[in-house]
Design a protein. Structure first.
Ligand SMILES: Nc1ncnc2c1ncn2[C@@H]1O[C@H](COP(=O)(O)OP(=O)(O)OP(=O)(O)O)[C@@H](O)[C@H]1O
Ligand SMILES: [Mg+2]
Lengths: 335, 275
């Protein structure tokens, strides 16, 4: 039996807060509220949750950047409090949108610099850098200054940085955040390619994109307000959303027509889409769709498309939390 | 990729130091404009002093003084601007977090940063002395090279120890420490005797100024460069001893602050750095 790549027990992490008008008692923020996880080696594990759910905090505890407030966490069987150095030898971390390194260096120089922090001999390090740059399609840019890279290129370079030391566990915190569709797809492809080339390596990836978790991960845990509310293979998770059926319907703007009260309609989520309205309907049974169509027809709304859909993680999330993931995003405090 | 086994211990430390010094040595010199900005501009500042001394009819050696002072200012600037403020920039870009989780550890990174900064500054200091001496036809004869280099080396260790100490303090205390440091810049220019013998300050002010390793180092080096004519602040041996003690103290202090900073960062989830 090998040790699990990641193991947490009732992990709690609080942030102490100063007294402020929003927080007059100075109560701490509970970012992780009793997280218990078990990720075997060789797994691609996804942590899916809205903004402020605690994803980054969990990663930081696991990579030894933050101390747990209570509970325990182990990486490769090593304790994140007492065996810090041993853990650091065997992991690496890449965050989405990070601006690491120095703009005056070229891509290749920068990656070489980081390889030195792991004690890699220069020649094989550079060979590995070139090889990985080819994999992510950045080889042509190897002699460009990092300050001149686009966001997507930068993120590819950061991914290479994370892979340089050939880590046993790789932590990826929202690796595709802020990237356009193509760059995000590329990044996902390289992640898959790496895990295919290196069986036995573990990835813990956080995201708030449902499809990303679904596409990449062997198992997904849904995290909300510092708690894991469900964890399983994506397919198994989706089975949990089986109560009723799901339809996707596009129509004209609704302007005050309410569908939520109709018989058999358990939930109707709307999303504006190129001047049209996309409705995701959760119905008690197939027949209830007739009532929806009738209301729309009676109000002279054209229906552009209607299809029955398989539940996705989106539906699972809604069922567990009672909100869509975007709605659950913690509102950023601001003026 | 057969021989790609990562090193540990001393070898990794050395590799990490060289790795981190690279952007400072190569990166910062790639753009040749430094030859102008980092040598001619500081010289312009010192030239004013040269003429003041000449006008006052001061002995020739004062010109050499001033040029040496200018070269030393380069080190002081490097430590204050590039070392002490570096953690702030590294924090902004996310480097600091990465540096905390790479296996070589933060001290290796800081050593690399210091080494890189030192090499870069030595090149600049040599350029300043060379250009300044050419312009004003100054000649130096170092009486005891080994002692001269020893004084310089010990002072540099102390100075960069001070830089690391400042870097950690900035992170721990944030903006206030930063402002304090800025406040200190000017008096330091004055007190360290970059441009005059520190003995002129009197004993107590001189001792106060000696907390900064450059003060005694300059005085000691001037004793070696202008033997017999430079009015020494303290005997050479005493100065060297104090410099050594300063270097050790700053290194111990820097290590302590670094540990504290790392611990606080892990406990609090942030450093109080709020600019
Ligand atoms: N350094 C900090 N100090 C105080 N509170 C913090 C700190 N970091 C995070 N928090 C709070 O802890 C909670 C969890 O934050 P965390 O960054 O872990 O969430 P996340 O899931 O990564 O969110 P996102 O998707 O926005 O990255 C949030 O309420 C956040 O405001
Ligand atoms: Mg996050």
């Amino acid at each position: 039996m090998t040790v699990p790549a990641i193991e947490t027990k009732e992990l709690v992490r609080e942030y102490r807060m100063k007294r402020s008008p929003q927080n007059p008692s100075g109560a701490p923020v509970v970012a992780l509220d009793g997280v218990t996880l078990d990720v075997p080696q060789g797994e691609m594990f996804g942590l899916l949750g809205p903004n402020g759910a605690g994803k980054t905090t969990l990663i930081k505890v696991l990579v030894t950047l933050l101390l747990p407030t209570a509970g325990a966490a182990r990486v490769l069987g090593l304790d994140v409090v007492g065996q810090v150095q041993q853990i650091r030898e065997r992991i690496s971390m890449v965050s989405g949108g990070e601006h690491s390194g120095y703009g005056i260096l070229t891509v290749r120089e920068q990656l070489w610099m980081f390889s030195q922090f792991y004690g890699l001999p220069s020649k094989p390090a550079l060979a590995r850098i070139d090889e990985l740059l080819k994999v992510v399609g950045l080889y042509e840019e190897r002699n460009r200054r990092t300050s001149a890279l686009s966001t997507g290129m930068r993120q590819k370079m950061n991914l290479v940085r994370g892979l340089l030391s050939d880590p046993e566990v790789l932590f990826l915190d929202e690796p595709t955040v802020g990237l356009d569709v193509t760059a995000a797809r590329d990044i996902r492809a390289y992640i898959k390619e790496w895990i295919r080339m290196k069986p036995g390596r573990t990835i813990l990836l956080t995201t708030h994109y449902m499809h990303e978790a679904e596409e990449l991960c062997d198992r997904v845990a849904i995290i909300h307000k510092g708690r894991i509310i469900a964890g399983d293979a994506p397919a198994a998770l989706k089975l949990r959303a089986t109560g009723g059926t799901y339809f996707l319907l596009t129509t004209e703007t609704l302007d005050g027509i309410s569908l939520a009260g109709l018989p058999g309609v358990q939930r109707a989520d709307t999303r504006a889409l190129d001047g049209r309205m996309e409705l995701r309907l959760h119905l008690a049974e197939d027949g209830a769709i007739a009532g929806v169509v009738k209301v729309l027809a009676d109000s002279n709304r054209r229906i552009f498309s209607l299809q029955k859909i398989e539940p996705t993680l989106e539906e699972v999330f809604v069922q567990l939390v009672g909100q869509r993931l975007e709605e659950a995003d913690e509102r950023k405090a601001g003026p | 990729m057969n021989d790609a086994t990562p090193a540990r211990g001393m070898l990794r430390l050395l590799r990490a130091i060289l790795g981190r010094s690279y952007p400072r040595i190569i990166g910062a010199n790639r753009d040749k404009s430094w030859l102008f900005y980092d040598t001619v501009l500081p010289l312009l500042g010192t030239i004013a002093f040269v003429y003041v001394y000449k006008a006052l009819g001061a002995p020739e050696r004062f010109v050499g003084y001033v040029i040496m002072g200018g070269a030393t200012v380069a080190f002081w600037m490097n430590v204050m601007w590039s070392m002490a403020a570096q953690f702030y920039w590294d924090k902004q870009g996310g480097n600091l977090e990465l540096y905390m989780v790479v296996p070589c550890g933060i001290p290796a990174i800081l050593l690399g940063m210091s080494f890189g900064g030192f090499v870069g500054t030595v090149i600049r200091a040599i350029a300043i002395v060379a250009i300044g001496s050419l312009l004003f036809d100054v000649h130096y004869t170092v009486s005891q090279w080994p002692v001269f280099l020893l004084v310089f080396g010990v002072a540099i260790v102390g100075l960069y120890g001070l830089g690391v100490t400042f870097a950690s303090l900035f992170l721990l205390w944030g903006r206030e420490a930063w402002h304090m440091a800025n406040l200190f810049m000017e008096p330091v220019f004055f007190l360290s005797g970059f441009y005059f013998p520190v003995r002129a300050l009197g004993f107590w002010a001189g001792m106060g100024a000696s907390l900064i390793p450059l003060t005694l180092a300059l005085d000691a080096m001037r004793q070696l460069l202008f033997p017999g004519t430079h009015p020494p602040f303290l005997p050479l041996g005493t100065e060297l001893g104090i410099l050594g003690a300063l270097a050790i103290s700053f290194i111990v202090l820097a290590r302590f602050l670094l540990r504290k900073m790392e611990y606080l960062a892990r406990r609090e989830g942030r450093l109080s750095l709020r600019f």
